[in-house]
Design a binder for this molecule. Structure first.
Ligand SMILES: [Zn+2]
Length: 487
């Protein structure tokens, strides 16, 4: 027979076993860390960062406003306890607008018509002048006698060739607009760029579709229109600058969490991409704080938080500079346009047709499904195929091979809530179907921003209106990093 004490000990041991069998300690720690991270994300901080960045100007790589935003990002990261590095890249031609003005003088009743216009990139500086406006309806209707000395209205964006012909015919400036568009640019300009050159002879003013169509109809009725305009710009070579701040890990290799720091269109770029930069800085602030406060141990690998000076060109420079040690990059999480979500409250994880992204995107898909519909989170979440032209693509085999670099199979994804200026439906990659996607199973509707590359990509139209979208981006990336680096 068993004595009483032994019996008590045995019951105690069985009870302890039972408790551990029911709740594995690792899982409860993860849930706690996730909760703690989520609770610390600051919407106020995210919004403020976007506003500060947009105030710097268009932030194109190699411009004064680009350098200004680099200084801002560095100062903030230092405040979080980082020791950021600034990488100065090879010189390239860069465009900054200092100021411009374009107004209708006559007829008087149209004086307030031009609003939310923008000066096209690589326009030259011109002193204030007046010109009468004529309409040019097609590229075959370029009557030189009519054009000489006039400002020309185009109901489309000119090709390099049309610009050249109009200049040769003596046009003084161009007013251009996006043809009627289903979801954007009705009362604000889509921003365009001339060929990058120091010697473009005449300025181009991008105006809204409404203003353009109204002017076209006045001119067709034979009503004379006079405009007054000026521009002051700097077109000069400059060095794009990329900021890198590292959270040091215990093991070899590192993860990149990045966003492009320029507005790429040359506009205010609140959503595209001050929102992404703000997200990267918030993730950096939170993870650094948790490690410094010893709430978390150092990560198993380092995390490099990177703000690219110039979209795609700076990440291209980075991979070339690190050609001998690309295998050290364990993965890339890029944030691009997380400041507005239309038409669905959906977060997207891009690149499911790239084989090496499989495991990383499965982590994001699980996070997307776990949190969909919870308070403060996305209503929908999905992965999607590669769409093109992002910093994350630079790290994928096709791009590395194109640059003559070793293709080392780096998982590299982008998180976004909007792409382009209208919703587009793309085929879903076979084998990928998120439970958090409520649309069709074989296709994905890609979210868009009505302010994409426009004069109104401002905080008040995007990130101040929908700050929760940035919170989604930070939570998705942060929770994935917790799983990847602190497992
Ligand atoms: Zn972008």
């Amino acid at each position: 027979m068993m004595d009483f004490n032994r019996l008590i000990n045995l019951i105690f041991l069985l009870l302890v076993r039972q408790i551990f069998a029911q709740s594995p300690p690792a899982a409860s720690i993860t849930a706690q860390e996730e909760k703690r991270f989520i609770s610390k994300v600051s919407q106020v901080n995210l919004r403020m960062t976007v506003r500060d960045i947009v105030q710097c100007g268009n932030r194109l790589g190699g411009t004064v406003s680009g350098d200004k935003s680099v200084k801002y990002v560095v100062r903030r990261l230092k405040g979080y306890g980082f020791d950021p590095e600034i990488v100065s890249e090879p010189e390239q031609l860069a465009f900054s607008d200092v100021h411009w003005n374009i107004r209708i003088e006559e007829p008087n009743r149209l004086r307030g018509l031009i609003q939310h216009e923008w000066l096209a990139g690589y326009s030259p500086s011109v002193r204030e002048q007046r010109s009468s406006l004529i309409s040019c309806l097609s590229d075959t209707d370029l009557d030189k006698k009519k054009i000489d000395g006039k400002a020309v209205l185009l109901d489309r964006h000119p090709s390099d060739q049309t610009y050249k012909v109009l200049v040769q015919a003596g046009a003084r400036c161009l007013l251009t607009y996006e043809p009627v568009h289903s979801s954007a640019y009705s009362i604000y300009a889509m921003i365009t760029n001339l060929k990058a050159s120091k010697t473009n002879p005449i300025p181009v003013y991008d105006i809204s579709t409404y203003a353009g169509e109204r002017l076209k109809s006045e001119l067709q009725k034979g009503i004379p229109v006079t405009i007054k305009y000026s521009s002051k710009c700097i077109v000069a070579p400059g060095h794009p600058k990329t900021v890198i701040a590292t959270l040091h890990g215990t093991g070899d290799g590192y993860f990149i969490v990045c966003a492009h720091g320029d507005s790429d269109s040359g506009g205010p770029g609140a959503d595209d991409n001050a929102s992404g930069v703000s997200g990267v800085m918030e993730i950096a602030r939170l993870l650094k704080g948790l490690v410094d406060d010893q709430v978390l141990p150092p990560p198993s690998k380092s995390i490099r938080f990177i703000v690219w000076g110039s979209e795609v060109s700076s990440s291209g420079y980075y991979v070339r500079q690190h050609a001998q040690e690309l295998q050290k990059i364990a993965g890339v999480i890029n944030l691009d346009e997380i400041g507005i979500a239309r038409p669905r409250n959906c977060i997207y994880f891009e690149g499911n047709d790239a084989e090496q992204n499989h495991d990383l995107l499965k982590i994001f898909e699980n996070i997307g499904e776990k949190y969909a519909g919870q308070r403060g989170f996305w209503k929908e979440a999905t992965t999607n195929p590669l769409l093109g032209g992002l910093d994350s693509h630079v790290f994928l085999p096709k791009s590395l091979e194109g640059l003559g670099l070793p293709s080392v199979g780096i998982p590299s994804i982008t998180i976004f809530t909007a792409a382009w200026n209208e919703p587009k439906t793309v085929a879903q990659t076979e084998g990928w179907r998120s439970k958090a996607w409520k649309g069709k199973s074989d296709s994905i509707v890609i979210g868009y921003s009505p302010y994409y590359h426009s004069a109104l990509d401002l905080p008040k139209m995007t990130t101040d209106k929908e700050p929760v979208d940035m919170v989604w981006g930070v939570n998705a990336a942060g929770l994935a990093l917790l799983q990847l680096m602190w497992k």
